[in-house]
Design a protein around this ligand. Sequence first.
Ligand SMILES: Nc1ncnc2c1ncn2[C@@H]1O[C@H](COP(=O)(O)OP(=O)(O)O)[C@@H](O)[C@H]1O
Ligand SMILES: [Mg+2]
Length: 246
Amino acid sequence: MAAAAAVPLNIPVLELHDVYAGYGPFRAVFNVTFSIPPGNVLAMLGSNGAGKTTIARVASGLIKPSAGMVMIDGTDVTGWRPYRYARLGVIHATEGRSVFASLTVEENLSLTFRRSRGRAGVAAGLDEAYTMFPRLKERHRQLAGTLSGGEQRMLSLARVLVERPRLLIADELSLGLAPLIVDEVYATLATIREAGTTLLIIEQHVSHALGIADEVVVLAKGEVAYSGPASEVGDLHVRLLGGEEA
Ligand SMILES: Nc1ncnc2c1ncn2[C@@H]1O[C@H](COP(=O)(O)OP(=O)(O)O)[C@@H](O)[C@H]1O
Ligand SMILES: [Mg+2]
C-alpha cells in the first residue's frame, strides 16, 4: 500500500511541454520545453527581455499558457489558479525584498511562522531558521531594514525555506547586489538545495548560476536556444547570451 502511494523518482518536479505564453496579444515565449528532476537545480539564463520571468510566472501559475502543458510532480496543473500551485509547494521568490524593514529579524520570522504553523510552532521554526542561517541568529534583534541587501534576501528566503517548498523559483535574486553579497545569496540557495528543495534559478549572473546548476536552459527571444547539462556549457553561454565571439 505504502509503496503504491510513493512518487516514482523519475517523475520531474516541474515539466513544461511546448509552452506558449504572453500578455494579451503579445507572445513572450514560444514552444518552451524542459523538466527538472527531484532535487536538481536548473539554471535558466538569458538576456533582459528573453522571457525568463514569464516562464517563472507560468511555472508558478501566475499566468496561464496560451498553449502547452505544465506538470508538477506528474500532475497536469495547466490553467490552475496560483494558490493551488502554492499548495503543491511551489514558491516564486523575486528580487523584491519581502521583509518588514521596521521589524527585527526575529519579529519578521515569528510573524511568518505564526501564520504558517500557529503560535506553538514559532519556537521550532526559529530554531530551524537559525540552524540553517547562523548569521540571522547573530542579528536576531537587528531591524531588518538595516541588514545588508544579501542578508535581507537571506531573511526572506529563510521565511520561505521553513515552509519546505517542493520547488523554489528564484527569479534574479542577485539583481543589484555586490559580488560578495551575491556569494551569500548563492550559499543560501545551496542550503535550500541540501534541504531537498528542487530549484529553478533564473539569472543573468551566468557564472554563479552555472556553479550550482545541474542543467541549463538558455532562452533567447522567448525560445529555448540551448538546453543541456551545466558541465557541458563551456563558453557556449558567452555566444548565446550575445557576449564576445568565441
Ligand atoms: N506584464 C507585462 N505586460 C506586457 N509585456 C510584458 C510584461 N512582462 C514582460 N513583458 C514582455 O515580455 C517579454 C519577456 O519579458 P520577461 O519574461 O520579463 O523577460 P526577462 O525576465 O527574461 O527579462 C519582454 O518583451 C517584456 O517586455
Ligand atoms: Mg526577469
